[in-house]
Design a protein around this ligand. Structure first.
Ligand SMILES: [Zn+2]
Length: 310
């Protein structure tokens, strides 16, 4: 008993000492970096998730500026913990593009905690005014392609101010990418116009508020926004089933990187097909490795809508 107690106190001491040492290394690292920040080798653009990464990548093009996406492909978006290397990169970045919403408040906190007075940071919700949905701001503004086009245009201008030597190229890249976004927007509009049904049912979370608003689609979803719940009540399941049956919908939707368990349950009860609508929030490792773009994902979505709105 005595021994156990003694060990416990020793353990606490060790934890304290290790924690203290880690803090010293971290603070030391910051100070060192602060004094070594003038080299051009440190030029980095930081993006948090896929929409930000995609917009910046398109604008940067072949200019060779390194762009880092903090979120790992295939991982859950709303539980992001920066690594010590991420923190160093954030500290050194010349431009940061992040979501700006509630799920990325960790970045605001990090900048504040480290006294980083940083003016080259943009949130997507600074570029596109978010709507209040329910009683919260919905941060998934990029799911409307026209909003995404606006984001790309602003990123093009911003990067041109930071690196004037590439300004022309950034502008041209942005314009080219916007042309692609506008084209897929037209396709999506055509699909919805020609469709029998104008409603989507999601057996999932719902990051598609701006998407459905843009194309005049009704929706019913198991969970609002990017809610953390994944277990639906039997009442919710029954409502989704009723909705699909009432409107004779051919598909029940799930979002990317979800195992589709709830969607499968609803599919069995209704005969509807499980399909994936991609919010571009994050992408799978395979998609990331193949260089998939936002425009590619929206083109996929147009194909899904053709089926889902039949
Ligand atoms: Zn979200």
């Amino acid at each position: 008993m005595v021994n156990l107690c003694y060990n416990f106190i020793e353990m606490k001491k060790i934890v304290l000492i290790v924690g203290l040492a880690a803090s010293i290394v971290l603070v030391g690292g910051f100070l060192w970096l602060k004094n070594n920040n003038s080299s051009d080798d440190n030029v980095v653009i930081i993006t948090t998730a896929f929409p930000e990464y995609d917009a910046v990548r398109a604008v940067v093009g072949d200019t060779g500026l390194p762009v880092k996406m903090l979120l790992k492909p295939g991982s859950e978006i709303h539980h992001f913990e920066p690594t010590p290397q991420d923190v160093i990169d954030i500290k050194n970045a010349d431009f940061i593009l992040y979501g700006g919403g509630e799920s990325e408040e960790w970045l605001d906190d990090l900048l504040e905690d480290n006294d980083i007075d940083y003016d080259k940071i943009w949130g997507l919700t600074d570029i596109v005014e978010p709507d209040i949905v329910g009683d919260e701001e919905d941060e998934h503004v990029w799911t409307s392609p026209l909003n995404m086009a606006e984001i790309v245009a602003v990123v093009g201008d911003e990067l041109g101010e930071i690196w004037p030597e590439h300004a022309e190229e950034f502008k041209a890249n942005a314009e080219k990418y916007i042309t692609g976004i506008v084209a897929v927007d037209k396709d999506l509009r055509e699909v919805v116009k020609g469709a029998r049904a104008k409603e989507l049912v999601f057996a999932d979370r719902f990051p598609f508020y701006y998407f459905t608003k843009e194309y005049g689609l009704d929706y019913k979803a198991a969970f609002p926004g990017c809610a953390e719940q994944t277990e639906a009540s039997s009442k919710t399941v029954a409502e989704l089933v009723d909705e699909i049956k009432a409107d004779k919908l051919g598909a029940v939707l799930k979002i990317e990187l979800n195992d589709g368990r709830l969607a499968n349950t609803i599919a069995e009860a209704t005969g509807a097909k499980v399909m994936e609508l991609h919010s571009a929030h994050n992408v799978s490792q395979a998609d990331f490795d193949s260089g998939v773009t936002y425009v590619d994902l929206m083109r996929r979505n147009a194909e899904v809508l053709k089926e889902a709105l039949k």
